[in-house]
Ligand binder design. Structure first.
Ligand code: DQA
Length: 145
């Protein structure tokens, strides 16, 4: 089971950035804990602040991996290109957000990813990533049994 977490802009600053909203754990610390908890998953992660690099990565993995957990961060609300990339691929994409974007500014209520994602998990802190991982694992099992 090959799953990748793709993180968009400013998520490299987790642990330092607006800790009241995003918590004080760095993504690396969280990712290490998550990988240890799921040793049977071939988990990897990718982060970029550049829209085109995120699209390149979605295209690169999107026909061979078993799942993509995508937090496109601010590009969620602006990027037709990322939405189109998710639509173009065959790998299921779970959109995640750490914060509850619907309890925040209006511009965060719009997502170009949600209409083309397999599922959306919002507002559970970093646990959103784990909930997405578990859902991908369970759906995989469901299709195998
Ligand atoms: C975010 C929510 C976005 O609105 C914001 O731009 C982010 C992070 C989240 O995970 O809560 O950078 O995607």
């Amino acid at each position: 089971m090959k799953i990748i977490i793709i993180n968009g802009p400013n998520l490299n600053l987790l642990g330092k950035r607006e800790t009241d909203v995003y918590g004080d754990l760095s993504f690396e610390e969280f990712y290490n804990l998550l990988s240890e908890k799921h040793p049977n998953v071939r988990l990897s992660s990718f982060q970029s602040n550049i829209e085109g690099e995120l699209i390149d990565k979605i295209q690169e993995v999107g026909f061979s991996y078993d799942g993509i957990i995508l937090n496109a961060a601010a590009y969620t609300h602006t990027s037709v290109g990322i939405g189109d990339a998710v639509k173009a691929i065959t790998t299921p994409v779970i959109e995640v957000h750490i914060s509850n974007t619907f309890s925040r500014e209006d511009f965060r209520h719009k997502s170009f990813v949600s209409p083309v994602a397999s599922g959306v998990i919002i507002g559970f802190g970093l646990q959103s990533y784990e909930l997405a991982l578990v859902s991908l694992l369970e759906n995989k099992n469901a299709s195998e049994t």
